[in-house]
Ligand binder design. Sequence first.
Ligand SMILES: Nc1nc2c(ncn2[C@@H]2O[C@H](COP(=O)(O)OP(=O)(O)OP(=O)(O)O)[C@@H](O)[C@H]2O)c(=O)[nH]1
Ligand SMILES: [Mg+2]
Length: 222
Amino acid sequence: MSMGETADDRSGEADRRFFTKPWVFVRGVPALKFLPPEGPPEIAFAGRSNVGKSSLINALLGQKGLARTSNTPGRTQELNFFVPDGYGAVEAGLPPIVLVDMPGYGYAKAPKDHVDAWTALVFDYLRGRTSLKRVFLLIDARHGIKPNDEEVMTLLDKAAMSYQIVLTKTDKIKPPAVDKLIVETLERSKKRPAAFPSLIATSSEKGGGIDDLRAVILSLAE
Ligand SMILES: Nc1nc2c(ncn2[C@@H]2O[C@H](COP(=O)(O)OP(=O)(O)OP(=O)(O)O)[C@@H](O)[C@H]2O)c(=O)[nH]1
Ligand SMILES: [Mg+2]
C-alpha cells in the first residue's frame, strides 16, 4: 500500500525479473575506510534495531536468508552491500543499483563501545555518502516514530538526504490502527524538508507493500 502517491508504473514483466534473478552479498563494511569507492546508486535501509531491515531486503529480493535476521536486536553489525548478480564488480561501477542493509540504532544492551561504533558508522554513512540516493527509514508499526528516529530524521534533513518512511510489521496490528498510524506519521514527517511526501506500509511476512517498494527501487536504478 502506498499513500500520498501512486507507485509508478514500472512493475512490468521485465522489471519483475530484475527481482526474481538472484542477488548476491558483495561486501560487509565494518568501518568507513572499507567502503567501496563512490559508484552506482545506493539505497540504504535504516532504522532501530529489530525493526525488520534485513527481513525486508529478503522479502524484496525473494531470497530468505540472504540478509541475516534474528529475533534478537543487534544482528546486523556492518553495512552489508547487495547487488543483482551478473553485472560485475561494485568497484567498477557496474551494478545498476546497490541495496545496503545497516546495523540498527537504539539498542542499548550490546557493549557500549560496539553500539557507539555502529551508530557512528551509520550516521557518517548517511550524512556523507554521495552515491546514496534514497534512505528507507523503517518504523515499526507497533511503536511509531521514536526519539532516536527523530534524531536520524534531523540528521538526514541537515544533510539534504532524501528519505522515505517505510512502516514494517503491519501484519502485527489491525488495519484501522495501520491507517491511523499512516495519517499520524505523514503529519509528523510533513514538517521535515528532506522527507518524501509519501510512505509505504509493509509486511515482510505477508508481502504487503513489497511491490510498491520494488517500484521505488526500480525508479532509482540506472
Ligand atoms: N510479524 C512480522 N515479523 C517480522 C517482520 N519483519 C521482521 N520481522 C521479525 O522481526 C525480527 C527482526 O527482524 P530483522 O530483519 O532481523 O530486523 P533488523 O532491523 O534487521 O534487526 P538488526 O539487524 O538487529 O538491527 C525477526 O524475528 C523477524 O522475523 C514482519 O513484517 N512481520
Ligand atoms: Mg538486520
